[in-house]
Design a binder for this molecule. Structure first.
Ligand code: SAM
Length: 270
């Protein structure tokens, strides 16, 4: 028999307050949790074995078969499942139109050494990416192009921010990523005998002529400052994506997509 679902109606309820706090970095760091919004995204997280702490379902939609099934699944996985009116769900996400489902998941922090440097394929390293939307879009692109993983170098934005999770469209749950200093990363990729190709506006080789090889890292620069000179000096190739017109560079996420798809094309999309 199905258990009746707990119903929350007060904005001062402790659970609502703690979920609201996950919108800020401080709340996420202290709790080790993050928010995912939308039935499909939440389903993806559960499917990939991420641990959901709480699932909140909009009261007016809780009877819908797919949401009832999601609630049962989350309960079986050990999550606390509650119903709340839409106005409370909007308070959690700080948006007017909240989705029908919001869940908090436990963050996972992989060390760089947990990423298998010995496997062939394409890796993406991001130097000090600061825009959460760019990071989410890049995780999604990396996932679509079958990249091995994403390495966040030095001080990057939080991959568990609401904006990054949303922009990743579920790839946050699929795409392995790890934080590292440039030194740690460079030692790791050298041990794995990976080539290092920078996408750079100082590039000397056209991006479609860059020799990525079987094990390749594409390194991308910060949105404002690009890559520091000492890092460019460590790269095997500096690749330039041709541009016309007045803009001095492409958007970081777009440039990452062009580079990644070129590296994948050179592997005949295998
Ligand atoms: N003013 C910055 C600079 O000097 O690099 C522009 C940074 S751009 C917005 C962010 C990153 O996207 C760059 O560091 C580079 O990795 C990549 N990028 C953008 N346009 C590129 C291009 N035409 N060719 C190669 N990489 C590019």
């Amino acid at each position: 028999m199905n258990q009746p679902i707990e119903i929350i109606t007060s904005p001062t309820n402790a659970l609502i307050k703690s979920l609201k706090s996950l919108e800020r970095k401080k709340g996420r760091s202290e709790s080790g949790l993050f928010l995912a919004e939308g039935a499909r995204l939440v389903e993806q997280g559960l499917e990939q074995g991420w641990k959901a702490e709480t699932l909140v379902i909009a009261s007016t939609m809780a009877e819908r078969p797919h949401l009832a099934a999601l609630a049962r699944r989350a309960t079986a996985a050990g999550a606390r499942v509650v119903q709340a009116p839409e106005r409370l769900m909007s308070k959690i996400t700080h948006k007017d139109n909240a989705q029908s489902v919001i869940a908090s998941f436990q963050q996972a922090h992989r060390p760089l050494t947990a990423l298998d440097a010995k496997s062939d394929g394409i890796w993406i390293a991001l130097y000090e990416v600061r825009d959460p939307g760019n990071l989410g879009t890049i995780l999604r692109t990396a996932d679509c192009a079958g990249a091995q993983g994403v390495i966040l170098l030095e001080t990057c934005c939080d991959p568990y921010s609401f904006e990054t999770v949303r922009a990743s469209m579920g790839s946050i749950f699929d795409m392995p990523f790890a934080n590292a200093t440039f030194e740690q990363f460079n030692a790791w990729r050298q041990a794995g005998q990976m080539s290092l190709t920078a996408a750079s506006v100082n590039g000397t080789v056209r991006h479609d002529a860059a020799p990525f090889g079987q094990r390749a890292v594409i390194i991308m620069g910060n949105e404002q400052a690009g890559l520091p000179d000492p890092i460019e000096a460590e790269c095997d190739t500096l690749a330039l994506i041709p541009m016309r017109g007045g803009a001095d560079s492409l958007n970081l996420a777009q440039a990452t997509a062009i580079m990644t798809y070129e590296a994948w094309r050179q592997r005949n999309f295998q």
